[in-house]
Write a protein that binds this ligand. Sequence first.
Ligand code: KIV
Ligand code: NA
Length: 271
Amino acid sequence: MALTVQDLRARKGGEPITMLTAYDAPTAELIDEGGVDVILVGDSMGNVVLGYDSTLPVTVDEVASRTAAVARGVEEALVVADMPFLSYGTDRQTSIENAGRMLKEARADAIKLESGEHTVELTERLHQLGIPVMAHLGLTPQRINELGGYTQQGADPEAAQEIVDLARAHEEAGAFSLVLEHVPANLAATITEELEIPTIGIGAGPETDGQVLVFNDVVGLGEWSPPFAEQFGDVRAEMESAIDGYVDAVSDEEFPAEEHSRYADELDDLY
Ligand code: KIV
Ligand code: NA
């Protein structure tokens, strides 16, 4: 049986939740078969696969298309679509339509919003309508131009309190879980203890109810990854070696060989 948001809520304080990003069907299929609980079609696709230098240019169409591809590759994991910059939080009608597309058209199970004061009411409305919302506090990269850098958030008591209050407000509004990005580990621990919904951390220490990382960082595919990520493989080196191998084989006329080639007997008299 595929994982539901209720299953995820029930994991609070239990076996740690695993979550990874994916942006295409074959990768999502591998991640799903690997037993990962939640697959996030993150707007990190902007930096990671679409070649933008931030998440800001990512469109609703791009997330919808990638989410549909991921959903086609997944059987067990919960698929969460990440709402891109300015696709929500402006007017309510547009926010709901954009979020709705991810379930109606792209077959996501839930959506994620970078959260703030402006998403409390929207989270409640989406929850009422049947669109499960994963909240996201701490470092919210869509606000990079306000923040000035991808730095740790909530490091002083006032800023920490603000995050605690927003976390509570989003839980009350009906969010089924909360991503905490790049906050002090002790703040993440406090919020995890305060909330009844599971917290999922990235750069938030070991005491959240789950962990999330960007897939490309985990397998070592990116040129750069944040200091709080861990590389569990070296896929980039594998890819480089395969590309070199192909180029060399064609250049040296070793590929294609006899075993890759089929000749049609009927053509023997052609010339
Ligand atoms: O877009 C993304 O990949 C994310 C995760 C880092 C939580 O929002
Ligand atoms: Na994101």
